[in-house]
Write a protein that binds this ligand. Structure first.
Ligand code: C2E
Ligand code: CA
Ligand code: CA
Length: 273
C-alpha cells in the first residue's frame, strides 16, 4: 500500500514537472515518430504502419506517450503536437512510399484535437503544403472522440474523407459505437482492441468478441486490424477467423523510420509468420 501511494505521488510530481517542458520540447523538436508495421495476413507482407509519438527527453531519455499525451490533452498542447505529427508523417510518407509501403499510415487523433475548430482546415492546409498523399493517410480515432461533439466530428471526418483520407476506429469494442454511427460516418477500418486479442486462448468471452468484430467488419464491408498480437496462438486464431491485418510485438515493436525502411527493403524479413 505505501508503495502504491508513493508511486502515485511520483506520477503526479512527474506530470507537473513535465508540463512547462512540453512546449519547449515542441519548439526544440524533441518529439520523434516511431512506426509499427501492419501485416497483411494473406500476403504475409508489411501493408501499412501506425505512427506513434515518443519524446526524446535530453535528461529523462525516451518518454512513452502514455506519460505525456494525457497531460498534453489536459493543457491543450495536443493540438499543436498533433499538427506536428501530421507534418512529420507527411515527410516520412514520401520515404516510406519510395521504399514500397503499399497502403496506409495511421495517425492517432485524440478527442481533444477535435475541440479545435480549425482541425479540418489546418490539416487540409498541411496536406497541401507538404504534398501529402491522402490515399495513404488514415486517422485513427477512438469511440470516445465520436461522442464528444458529434456534429463537429462528423464535419471534420467528412471534409477529410472528401480529400481522400480514411478513418479507422481504434480500441474497437471498448466504447459505445452504435451500428447507426458505424454506417453514418466515413469509417473504413475497425481496430480490434488489444485487450480482446490478449484474451485469445485465455477467455472464451474475448474470443467470441474477436470473432464477432471480424464478422461485423465483414458484414459492414469494412477492413479489420487486430492490434496487440504477441503470440503465435493469437495469430493462428486470427488467421483461422479470416482477420485480414494485424499488428503487434509478435511481428515488430514500433521502430524508428530508418529501421522501418530497412524492413521494407529486406526481402528476407519474415514477420514471424
Ligand atoms: P494506441 O493508439 O492504442 O496505440 C497502440 C499502443 O500499443 C502503442 O503504445 C503500441 O506501442 C502498443 N503496442 C503495439 N503492439 C503491442 C503489443 O503487441 N503488445 C502490447 N502490450 N502493446 C502493443 P504507445 O506507442 O506507448 O502509445 C500509447 C498510446 O498513446 C496510443 O495508443 C495512443 O492512444 C497514444 N498516442 C501515441 N502516439 C500518438 C499521437 O501521435 N497522437 C495522439 N493523439 N496519441 C498518440
Ligand atoms: Ca492507435
Ligand atoms: Ca489501440
Amino acid at each position: 500500500m505505501p508503495f502504491l501511494i508513493l508511486s502515485e505521488i511520483w506520477t503526479i510530481k512527474k506530470a507537473i514537472s513535465l508540463e512547462p517542458e512540453l512546449w519547449h520540447a515542441l519548439q526544440k523538436r524533441q518529439f520523434r515518430l516511431y512506426y509499427q508495421p501492419r501485416i497483411c495476413l494473406n500476403t504475409q507482407r508489411i501493408i501499412g504502419a501506425e505512427a506513434l509519438i515518443r519524446w526524446e527527453h535530453p535528461i529523462h531519455g525516451m518518454i512513452p506517450p502514455d506519460e505525456f499525451i494525457p497531460l498534453s490533452e489536459k493543457t491543450g498542447l495536443i493540438v499543436p503536437i498533433g499538427y506536428w505529427v501530421v507534418e512529420q508523417v507527411g515527410y516520412d510518407m514520401q520515404i516510406l512510399k519510395a521504399a514500397g509501403l503499399p497502403e496506409h499510415i495511421g495517425v492517432n487523433l485524440s478527442f481533444r484535437q477535435f475541440q479545435d475548430g480549425y482541425l479540418a482546415s489546418t490539416i487540409e492546409r498541411l496536406i497541401a503544403q507538404y504534398h501529402i498523399d491522402t490515399r495513404q493517410l488514415e486517422f485513427e480515432l477512438t469511440e470516445t472522440a465520436l461522442f464528444r461533439d458529434e456534429p463537429h466530428v462528423v464535419y471534420c471526418m467528412e471534409s477529410l474523407s472528401q480529400l481522400g483520407a480514411e478513418f479507422s476506429l481504434d480500441d474497437f469494442g471498448t466504447g459505445y459505437s452504435s451500428f447507426a454511427m458505424l454506417q453514418k460516418l466515413p469509417i473504413s477500418t475497425l481496430k480490434i482492441d488489444k485487450s480482446f486479442v490478449a484474451g485469445i486462448g485465455q477467455s472464451e468471452g474475448d474470443e467470441e468478441i474477436v470473432r464477432s468484430i471480424i464478422s461485423l467488419a465483414r458484414n459492414l464491408k469494412k477492413k479489420v486490424i487486430a492490434e496487440g498480437v504477441e503470440t503465435k496462438e493469437q495469430l493462428d486464431f486470427l488467421t483461422a477467423h479470416n482477420c485480414s491485418m494485424a499488428q503487434g510485438y509478435y511481428f515488430s515493436r514500433p521502430i524508428p523510420l530508418e529501421r522501418f525502411v530497412e524492413l521494407l527493403h529486406d526481402p528476407a524479413w519474415c514477420p514471424n509468420l
